[in-house]
Design a protein around this ligand. Structure first.
Ligand code: ADP
Ligand code: ASP
Ligand code: MG
Length: 464
């Protein structure tokens, strides 16, 4: 059994959807579970339109709703041959689009847009996309059934990026999908969306359809989880930003997790979690080039060929530094800092502390910054007033460049090569961190130098 996930570009227009049919047909000898994303660009448009709806710009909302409707109906009209099936699906799509328009209207009336309503709005992308994929397959003689993941994947109510309740979910996956598979029917399950115990719509975080695929693949004990996307596999760097990036035939779960956490958007970082637990290999494949072997992500990695596997980067980050002589040798300061950051709901991406303990700096997403600073200032108010802590400084517009590879462990000279490469490119390094796992060396540089830094390191390790 295989779980196959198709990303937004792979289901984004008539031609790509035809390719999905071809790919599914060529793997029909195995039991297949499909997961798909919204058509490319639709989730962004749904969310942007929500912002416009709060401003009550009803004309633009109506235009965008029409654009979303047209995108889907164009595909349906081009691909569904059976008129009855086509008319039924068009009616279903129109009903969904009507519900979406009502939601936007409600958001405008209330002038309130919560994370909960954003998830409800975003869910339309996957529902429209997967319901049409299922009908397209059926129309091409591949029996299939649309499955709304909100019936199976249970989460908490952290809207925007909810946490999965595996105890409830795994049983649901088997109860709902196995009978469909037993009838030799291909379930087409919505990626990205889920629901709370009370039936409220949640999402698993942007790009979360990859995670959906591995939740299902692991619960069903699939042989492999395949992620179909628009590049040949996981590459030594983002091919759209770095010259000479090449495909990595095999990497480990840990390398994949580390790379994706630090910006390699080709796979969502959480995807590896369910797969590791059951040791299920993940394969990244290209719908534009299906015969390419892609990248195999598994428990093992090739340590002989490459010490450094890839260079990645992530931006829209801020560096927050807390400095002061009064922090030296005082137990509990770090604990208070990190508790304050947690209260401010800041996701700490990187930590670095000088050994004198005079300075602690953390890197967090820029969007989390104001909440984090508020909590830190309140936690450290007394320390600041008695000058034990100087102040809390924030540097915006920075990025983390991460150099990843299991072979770096115990290999001397890697850090030297990294820093020589960035120095030669004339780039100033703001902060550095290396975990004791030695799987990753991370450096903070100004956002304006992100591309140059990644390219310089990529070139210096001859990754091409
Ligand atoms: P999908 O819609 O199929 O989920 P995504 O856009 O989320 O596709 O992910 C694929 C994109 O990831 C590629 O087009 C590429 O630009 C980007 N990417 C970033 N880093 C890497 C990398 N190291 N290897 C491959 N692709 C990468
Ligand atoms: N459609 C969702 C997004 O754009 C999920 C995904 O594509 O994986 O974030
Ligand atoms: Mg993706």
């Amino acid at each position: 059994m295989l779980t196959m996930k198709f990303g937004g570009t792979s289901v984004g227009d008539t031609e790509r959807l035809r390719e999905v049919v071809t790919i599914v047909r060529s793997h029909r000898s195995r039991r297949l579970v499909l997961v798909a994303s919204a058509m490319s660009g639709v989730t962004n448009l749904l969310l942007e339109t929500a912002q416009i709806a709060v401003q009550r710009d009803r004309t633009r909302v109506a235009q965008n709703v029409e654009t979303i409707k047209r995108r889907h109906l164009d595909a349906v009209e081009a691909l569904l041959r059976d008129p009855e099936r086509r008319d039924r699906l068009i009616r279903d799509h129109e009903r969904l689009i009507g519900e979406l328009a009502n939601l936007y209207y409600g958001v405008g009336l209330l002038k309130e847009l919560t994370a909960r309503s954003l998830d409800a709005i975003a869910s339309f992308g996957e529902v429209l996309s997967c319901s049409q994929i299922s009908e397209i397959l059926a129309d091409h003689d591949i029996p299939s059934e649309f499955v709304d993941a909100r019936k199976i994947i249970r989460t908490d109510s952290q809207f925007g990026e909810a946490a999965v309740d595996f105890a409830a979910t795994d049983g649901n996956v088997r109860d709902l999908l196995l009978p469909i598979l037993d009838r030799s029917v291909v379930p087409v399950v919505t990626g990205f969306i889920a629901s709370t115990e009370d039936g409220l719509t949640t999402t698993l975080g942007r790009s979360g359809s990859d995670y959906t695929a591995s939740i299902l693949g692991a619960a069903l004990g699939c042989e492999e989880i395949w992620i179909w996307t628009d590049v040949d596999g996981v590459m030594t760097a983002d091919p759209h930003h770095v010259n000479g990036a090449i495909v990595l035939p095999a990497i480990s779960y840990r390398e994949a997790a580390e790379m994706s956490y630090f910006g390699a958007k080709v796979i969502h970082p959480k995807t590896m979690v369910p797969a590791i637990a059951d040791n299920i290999p993940i394969r990244i494949k290209n719908t534009f080039n299906p015969s390419h072997a892609g990248t195999l992500i598994s428990a093992t990695t090739d340590l002989t060929k490459r010490v450094v596997k890839a260079v990645t980067s992530i931006d829209n980050l801020s560096l927050v530094s807390i400095e002061g002589n009064g922090m030296i040798g005082v137990p509990g300061v770090s604990a208070r800092i990190f508790s304050a950051l947690a209260r401010g709901r800041a996701n700490v991406m990187m930590i670095s502390q000088s050994s004198s303990e005079h300075n602690i700096c953390v890197v967090i997403p820029q969007k989390d910054c104001s909440g984090a600073i508020r909590e830190l200032r309140s936690e450290l108010a007394a320390d600041i007033s008695r000058k034990a802590v100087d102040d809390i400084k924030v540097m915006d517009d920075i990025c983390i460049v991460a150099v990843v590879g299991e072979g770096m462990r115990g290999t001397p000279g890697i850090a030297g090569r990294i820093f020589t490469a960035v120095a030669k490119a004339g780039i100033n390094v703001v902060a550095i961190a290396q975990g004791s796992s030695e799987l990753n060396v991370s450096l903070v540089v100004k956002r304006a130098e992100e591309r140059k830094a990644v390219q310089a390191i990529h070139d210096s390790f001859h990754l091409a």
